[in-house]
Design a protein around this ligand. Structure first.
Ligand SMILES: Cc1ncc(COP(=O)(O)O)c(C=O)c1O
Length: 386
């Protein structure tokens, strides 16, 4: 199993903290936005006598309300199209396990959310990368690049939209071109849409579920982790119109009995969160993004573009080894007792050698911390020697 590139530096961060250094975490996507109070209150105020097992596919009332939520967002989803999972993580694992046998292949544009490798590896499935580039803002690689790596073992194309780690928002045209490709080669189009609410600059998110004609090929993965800042609830879902796939996912789900009961109570209540909550969150993220990107772009030899969604960006730095640099920041550098933790981008690429001069930054901290963090990074780059 590959090691998490985001978590592997934690021992160095812990040591720095033990030595009295304050570490500003730019490395992890834990939002600091408050969880909706109605969700927390629903757990606090409930009157359960027994915290019992629930249904394998998730509570009916939660799935029913979730289907209504999707309908309001122009996605024609029925209750029976949804299986509630223990986070998007379990949803992705179950999806991979359901559509691919050992030694089958799933094509993923890189850089990609590092755990995709873990989910695939756990089921003996191979991730086949097609490379997207910082020079083109990480737009979708050409269809020829995908076709070059399609083999009889290819079972799916997996994308994350909006993207972690690049912040890229795939356009309607890009989704449509992938839809054509999966139909042509009879593949699944597996789309991780956990950041669907976080879309900026007046752009619109185009879901794989909106694409007509690929209902038997489309799988959408969702989560409450980022939407309601409920990462600890561990609730996500798989959505698909493909009944055979639902049947297979259900068998995997039966082995883990059910998703967490309390958390589903919170999630059902969270669905009543007013739109103003999202408007405020998006406004806050845009302000943070603008500060971060403006400050980063002022640093010599740094390349970064303004992401259109999610809350991450890939930053190219004048360094040769981002793993060594990230570790050095924690072990050897501070300004007035403060340093920063970044995620080396190498772990987001499957192709050996890529991402060595890139790091991923998450802008989930307040504006003051972000400004300070970029200042520390700037000073660090002045003295760092590869
Ligand atoms: C792209 C992406 N997919 C899935 C997940 C995991 O989501 P969950 O907390 O619902 O398991 C994350 C978490 O950061 C993510 O960034």
């Amino acid at each position: 199993m590959p090691e998490s590139p985001i978590r592997k530096l934690v021992p160095f961060a812990d040591k720095a903290k033990k030595n009295g250094i304050k570490v500003i975490h730019l490395n992890i996507g834990q939002p600091d936005i408050k969880t909706p109070k109605i969700a927390l209150d629903a757990v606090k105020n409930n009157t359960l006598d027994v915290l019992a097992y629930g249904k394998t596919e998730g509570s009916f009332s939660y799935r029913e309300k979730l289907a209504l939520y999707y309908s309001k967002h122009n996605l024609a989803v029925a209750t029976e199209d949804i299986i509630v999972t223990t986070g998007a993580s379990e949803g992705l694992s179950f999806a991979v396990a359901s559509i691919a046998d050992i030694e089958d292949e799933i094509i993923v544009p890189e850089p990609f959310y590092a755990n995709y490798s873990s989910f695939a590896t756990a089921y003996g499935v191979k991730v086949v990368p097609v490379t997207s580039n910082i020079e083109t803002n990480f737009e979708l690689p050409s269809l020829e690049e995908f076709e070059k790596v399609i083999t009889p073992k290819t079972k799916a194309i997996l994308i994350c939209n909006p993207n972690n780690p690049t912040g890229y928002l795939y356009s309607k045209e890009e989704i449509k071109s992938l839809a054509k490709l999966v139909l042509k080669h009879d593949l699944f189009l597996l789309v991780d849409e956990v950041y669907r609410e976080f879309v900026y600059d007046g752009e619109e998110h185009y879901s794989v579920l909106q694409e007509a004609g690929i209902s038997q090929h489309a799988i959408m993965i969702d989560s409450v982790s980022k939407r309601y800042s409920m990462c600890g609830a561990r609730i996500g879902c798989i959505v698909t119109k493909n009944k055979e796939l639902i049947k297979t996912v259900l068998k995997l789900s039966q082995a883990r009995l059910c998703p967490p009961t309390y958390a589903q109570i919170a999630c059902k209540a969270a669905l009543d969160t007013p739109q103003s909550y999202f408007d405020d969150a998006v406004k806050e993220y845009v302000e943070r993004r603008d500060i971060l990107i403006n400050e980063l772009q002022k640093i010599e030899n740094v390349t970064v573009f303004s992401p259109k969604g999610a809350f991450y960006c890939i930053v190219q730095l004048p360094i040769k080894d981002s793993d060594a640099f990230a570790q050095w920041l924690l072990e050897n550098f501070n300004i007035n007792g403060e340093t920063v933790m970044v995620a080396p981008a190498t772990g987001f690429y499957a192709t050996e050698g890529l991402g060595k001069n890139q790091v991923r930054i998450a802008y989930v901290l307040n504006k003051e911390s972000l400004t300070k963090a970029v200042m520390i990074l700037k000073e660090a780059l002045k003295v760092y020697k590869d």
